[in-house]
Design a protein around this ligand. Structure first.
Ligand SMILES: Cc1cc2nc3c(=O)[nH]c(=O)nc-3n(C[C@H](O)[C@H](O)[C@H](O)COP(=O)(O)OP(=O)(O)OC[C@H]3O[C@@H](n4cnc5c(N)ncnc54)[C@H](O)[C@@H]3O)c2cc1C
Length: 416
């Protein structure tokens, strides 16, 4: 039977990042991808400065993609623009259509020596409570570590208990490509007050991310904590948002059919004997903005480094690292997700947040994944303080979420 050091299931940013670092360190790694090369993924295509930092580490050249200098946030009639602050992360972001971007990161893994097997749907093989390899059709491949990089809600992840924590929030989002006469704009635009056809606010947020080639990526998303989430119709919401922002962006018709997908934000198990989950499979999506490419790239690198340092204990060390460096921020963000789901409270907080350039810079740090556990920042400190204060309300927040989520579970299951 074939034996490799590491088998990676899924060749999105998380899997390709893990495979690149492993191959560069001398491991024999095989990357299994069920789709063909150049597959698309429903995404806003936004690369935050944090993602750019990780791509620089990987040596992926993104200079061909449209550069972004900052974030424009709209709430009602208020609009503010802030430049990326620089500092611990680069002062640039980018918009990179996923079909091209993922192919580029995957090519980096192949160039590093990882072997790609595409059109290969893999599932982990369990023996005595330990993952010992993967199965692709009738073929079995043994591996010292299996990296689950199979994205949101995948069967491979579920098989190992990397399932969504039921009482925690999650998101749903939809994106479309449309032509626009402002596709060269250098700001990512996020709208926190999306209106329905009747002009009333609907729960959720919208974005326009200019891709620089005559096209913008436009989309809407919503958190499960938002009121009326169970009645959410993403297509209608996208139409409403496009009616709201389309004229200002000079938008045309959809280039192709809008595509929706899930945003996981908390999963039960992220590692176990013989396996680790990275990226969306580990629930690493920021509840504040739905972004996860940066975390996917980072978690792939962490998994690889820990395996190379000590193959036998990598799964436990990886779990400890996530708990130490990521969980505090995510726990706080999930508490705020409950706040974001309350329109009146949200409007009140937005009023404060967007009132001055200073407060807006704090919002930017949070909305653009610029808070880092290793470097203290004012936004990080305020967020932690707010999170700790909100944690007192956990019994109420969790109970509320539980009842809301059970209401919508049937709908999500039906949509699968
Ligand atoms: C509408 C929308 C907008 C978003 N916008 C942004 C944004 O602007 N910026 C941002 O940073 N993040 C954004 N995100 C989140 C981002 O898309 C994800 O965080 C990111 O794709 C996670 O990467 P990943 O490698 O973990 O998973 P994925 O990119 O989903 O890759 C998983 C791969 O695994 C493969 N696979 C699955 N099962 C198997 C199997 N059994 N065998 C083999 N292969 C398998 C899949 O085919 C896929 O190629 C958005 C998400 C959505 C839904």
């Amino acid at each position: 039977m074939e034996h490799v050091d590491v088998a990676v299931i899924g060749a999105g940013p998380a899997g390709s990042s893990a495979a690149t670092w492993l191959a560069r360190a001398g491991a024999r790694v095989v990357l299994f991808e069920k789709a063909a090369q150049g597959r698309d993924k429903s995404c806003g295509d936004g690369l935050t400065p944090r993602a750019v930092a990780e791509l620089e580490r990987l040596g992926v050249d993104i200079s061909g993609f449209h550069r972004i200098d900052g974030l424009r946030v709209q709430a009602g009639r208020t609009e503010r623009e802030v430049l990326w602050p620089g500092g611990i992360f680069p002062n640039m972001g980018a918009v990179a259509p996923r079909a091209e971007f993922d192919a580029m990161v995957l090519q980096t893994a192949i160039d590093a020596g990882a072997e790609l097997r595409d059109h290969a749907k893999a599932e982990p093989v369990l023996e005595g409570g330990r993952v010992v390899g993967v199965r692709v059709g009738a073929e079995e491949i043994r591996a010292d570590l299996v990296v689950i990089a199979s994205g949101a809600g995948s069967a491979a992840a579920k098989l190992l208990g990397a399932t969504r924590v039921e009482k925690s929030p999650f998101g749903l989002a939809i994106r479309a490509y449309v032509p626009s006469n402002r596709a060269d704009d250098r700001y990512m635009e996020a709208c926190l007050t999306v209106k329905g056809p009747d002009g009333k606010l609907v729960p959720g947020y919208g974005w326009v991310f200019p891709a620089g080639n005559g096209i913008v990526n436009v989309g809407v998303g919503a958190l499960s904590t938002m009121r009326n989430f169970s009645q959410l119709n993403l297509n209608t919401m996208l139409d409403s948002y496009m009616a709201q922002v389309g004229p200002a962006w000079g938008m045309g018709e959809f280039v192709n059919r809008p595509k929706a997908w899930r945003l996981p934000m908390h999963v039960e198990h992220r590692s176990g004997p013989g396996w680790v989950a990275v990226g969306d499979a580990a629930g690493l999506v920021n509840p504040f903005n739905g972004e996860g490419i940066d975390y996917a790239l980072e978690s792939g690198r962490h998994a690889a480094e820990l395996f190379m340092a000590s193959p036998g204990t990598a799964h436990a060390a990886y779990d400890a690292l996530l708990r130490r460096e990521y969980d505090p921020f995510f726990a706080t963000a999930r508490r705020f997700a409950w706040v974001i789901g309350r329109p009146r409270l949200l409007r009140f907080l937005l009023g404060i947040a967007l009132s001055t350039g200073f407060t807006m810079e704090l919002v930017l740090d949070i909305m653009a994944n610029l808070i880092d556990s290793e470097h203290r920042s004012l936004a990080g400190t305020l967020l932690n303080g707010g999170g700790r204060a909100l944690s007192i309300l956990d019994p109420i927040l969790m109970r509320t979420q539980e009842s809301e989520v059970s209401e919508i579970r049937a709908k999500i299951d039906a949509a699968r």
